[in-house]
Design a binder for this molecule. Sequence first.
Ligand code: ADP
Ligand code: MG
Length: 418
Amino acid sequence: MAKEELEDLLPDVDAAKGFYAKYEPKEILGRGISSTVRRCIEKETGLEFAAKIIDLSNDSHEVADGKTMLEATLGEVNILRMVAGHPYIIELHDVFESNTFVFLVFELCRNGELFDYLTSVVALSEKKTRYIMRQLFEALQHVHGKSIVHRDLKPENILLDDNLNIKLTDFGFARHLKTGEKLFDLCGTPGYLAPEVLKSNMYETAEGYSYEVDIWACGVIMYTLLVGCPPFWHRKQMVMLRNIMEGKYSFTSPEWADITEPPKDLIRKLLVVDPKQRITIKEALEHPFFQVLLWDQDMAPLKRSLSTSSRRMSRISQIALEMKGRAFDARRMFQFGILCVRAAVRIRRLRFTPEPLSIGVAKIDPYRIKILRKVIDACAFRVYGHWVKKGEGQNRAALFENTPKTELKQIYVSNLSR
Ligand code: ADP
Ligand code: MG
């Protein structure tokens, strides 16, 4: 990128000399309300980082807790330093301050947001959900252990590193709490707000809220990961907020039929309206959902399947390959024989195994059939290019009855130009 072009995009270059002397900014990785995150390269080492550039020029606005943007940013830095040193929490590498911009240089998470990953795959398996939720609870245990409440947990603020491990980020709303301290202000993201946060803002007599709000958000995240739609979404935000306060959600959408009991049970214990009755992080980590055999926790196959370069080989072809050019090995030969017999049995029973496809149901509601649902979801993603499933009473099949977004945009633009 040309220097002048960069100066246009990033004014206040003078005041931020320190940052530009040390780093070379590159493309935008993401945006927040008043921040832009860019990939950047440390000139001396050639290492890549992510720089969150916070614009202080609108500093007349209060952010949260009656603080200005600068105060809030310095608070964020302070908290980032307090929670540093955990494998599942983002690491702050460098900080630069100027009158109009603050530069926070973080370790780079090349795999982006959990939100985008979820959008691309629609929903996660129980196994992948377990893998991510365990890390999230462990990260949160560390954060709460430092007397800090995050207050903005959501898939956009959970990043994935090169190894597809999570890195919890965006401590912009996080607060350090004194013993027994309660908070009252309304902040966070609507769909993830705990009932007690809403109540603290509505009733004079409310008791305030504390660490448990993060545990509620974990429940919302876990629900969303498993089925690809959030538990409390409603077209009218007021209805959504009322549903949150009443803890009104359900496992009735067709996807839940394929999901086992343990994750549902854990979600029920996370999404408890009374924060005193809500499960603790320690209890959550001890929940049966996380108590699985070791081999089931091994995510190596998932990572391999995610890397596009790998090709899966069947066990038979693997053994056959290994046997080639070797001396006779009775044990291997026996294994090979067993595999062949198993394969033959499987082929013979093949006609009984596929999910019976009822044309009657498919005509009325194709979305109820798992195979068709996957196809529909994949097509919807291609058409809309983003997360479209909004929950209760609406499914991706129904969305095809509407005008695709690209056309709507054209209509909108042509109306504007009239
Ligand atoms: P905000 O407080 O404005 O929401 P975030 O810290 O959440 O800012 O960052 C905004 C977005 O930038 C994130 O949602 C993510 O897409 C991207 N991002 C932030 N930090 C990193 C990072 N370390 N590596 C890669 N992308 C990042
Ligand atoms: Mg954010």
